[in-house]
Design a protein around this ligand. Structure first.
Ligand SMILES: NC(=O)c1ccc[n+]([C@@H]2O[C@H](COP(=O)([O-])OP(=O)(O)OC[C@H]3O[C@@H](n4cnc5c(N)ncnc54)[C@H](OP(=O)(O)O)[C@@H]3O)[C@@H](O)[C@H]2O)c1
Length: 378
């Protein structure tokens, strides 16, 4: 295992130029290139590191403590022994970020607090992002920076009409975020603005991915915030569901989107990364249909107001780059199986293997129909 702290990772930045193989074929994408992934052990970043290693990249992944057992899943990835270097870095430590970015051709800045506590959220998100852009500019080797922003920087606008199609031109209203104490969205929106400003000032090629709520299987051992959003409907901790809508996307598609916008020379600007918008009632119905053994809530907490309507959105930019989004029902199925495998959810009923196979095959077709009913098409 050659997973080391950046301080002792001499050579990790000495990338060699891609060369044709013996048969004269061009090298696989990533061959010979070194990229930095900040917050490498997080939910999205772990899938991104896995994908980058599979594609032949050498990865310098930042974590706060390389020796923490919570990074073990990264060290076990195919290719990690040869091409993953864990670098100790906090977002507020500029020198450590510079060491991690040194020698890299690309930087994926995914690290961010994910919290509504303003003290913990805003400064690391914003100043950390400025540091990453500055480190990329000063390194002199970085071709492009990909920043993981959020739908939180896009949709929080009380003045948007119901027929407006949410796309990359939309920005959250900072005053509204503050007034509603939505410090996560506030922090992400200000961090994204800071990224664009810093990139412009320093001449850095920046592209941004704006994922919606991310679901799908976990590589890391712990439950992150977006997976907790699903887990609460299965473990009995939520007795009701909210009268609310939310867009969803699979974590494997989010990782693929990051790589696509890094590799496609023509990619530019922001990229809304979303499969579809569901009401919470749709989510709990899909879960209950696929996993009836869990105490999934059946009652809305709001029995007074009309049912919230889904907003319209466009994911055309990523689809134009070739991304095909997994259906959210498949992602929800895979989320639950992963939570079971990692011990976060008990496997309640011993299912006959043929029944499980049937359920798995049906998952992508568990669909929301008009009026909110769910049908499983076999
Ligand atoms: N999951 C979603 O639904 C979703 C949707 C849209 C956008 N995003 C964005 O995607 C990115 C990754 O989120 P995720 O869902 O994968 O969350 P996650 O699993 O909580 O990962 C966040 C990562 O950031 C690191 N981090 C936080 N504060 C840090 C600091 N001060 N210094 C260094 N590292 C720090 C964390 O390290 P520790 O483990 O040491 O805390 C962790 O590795 C974030 O930018 C988030 O805003 C997520």
């Amino acid at each position: 295992m050659t997973v080391v702290d950046a301080v002792s990772s001499a050579g990790a930045g000495d990338a060699v130029a891609p060369a044709a193989d013996a048969a004269g074929q061009p090298p696989a994408a990533g061959n010979g290139q070194t990229v930095c992934v900040t917050g490498a052990a997080g939910y999205i970043a772990s899938w991104l590191v896995k994908l980058l290693l599979e594609k032949g990249y050498t990865v310098k992944g930042t974590v706060r403590n390389p020796d923490d057992p919570k990074n073990a899943h990264l060290k076990a990835l195919d290719g990690a022994a040869e091409r993953l270097f864990l670098c100790k870095a906090d977002l507020l430590d500029f020198d450590a970020i510079c060491r991690a970015v040194e020698g890299c051709q690309g930087v994926f800045h995914t690290a961010s607090p994910v919290t509504d506590d303003p003290e913990q959220m805003v400064e690391p998100a914003v100043r950390g992002t400025e540091y990453v852009i500055r480190a990329a500019a000063e390194a002199g080797t970085v071709r492009r920076v990909v920043f993981t922003s959020s739908i939180g920087a896009v949709t929080m606008d009380p003045n948007r009409g119901p027929d407006v199609v949410v796309d990359e031109s939309c920005w959250s209203d900072l005053d509204f975020c503050k007034k509603t104490r939505n410090w996560y969205c506030y922090g992400k929106a200000v961090a994204e603005q800071a990224a664009w400003d810093a990139a412009r000032q320093r001449g850095v090629d920046l592209v941004v991915v704006n994922p919606v709520l991310v679901v799908g299987p976990l590589l890391q051992p712990t439950v992150n915030a977006s997976i907790a959003h699903i887990l609460k409907y299965l473990d009995g901790s939520a007795r009701t569901f909210a009268n609310a809508v939310q867009a969803y996307v699979d974590v494997r598609d989010v990782a693929a989107a990051h790589l696509l916008v890094f590799e496609a020379p023509a990619a530019s600007g922001r990229h809304l990364c979303a499969d579809r918008v569901l009401h919470r009632e749709d989510v709990v119905r899909i879960l209950a249909k696929l996993f009836p053994e869990y105490p999934v809530p059946t009652r809305c907490s709001d029995e007074v107001n009309p049912r919230k309507q889904a907003y319209k959105f466009s994911n055309q930019k990523l689809r134009d780059l070739g991304l095909e989004f997994r259906p959210v029902s498949q992602s929800l199925y895979d989320t639950v199986k992963s939570l079971q495998e990692k011990g976060h959810l008990p496997v309640l009923a011993e299912q006959a293997p043929e029944l499980e196979a049937e359920k798995e095959a049906a998952a992508p077709a568990a669909e929301v129909q008009q009026g909110g009913t769910i049908a499983i098409r076999a």
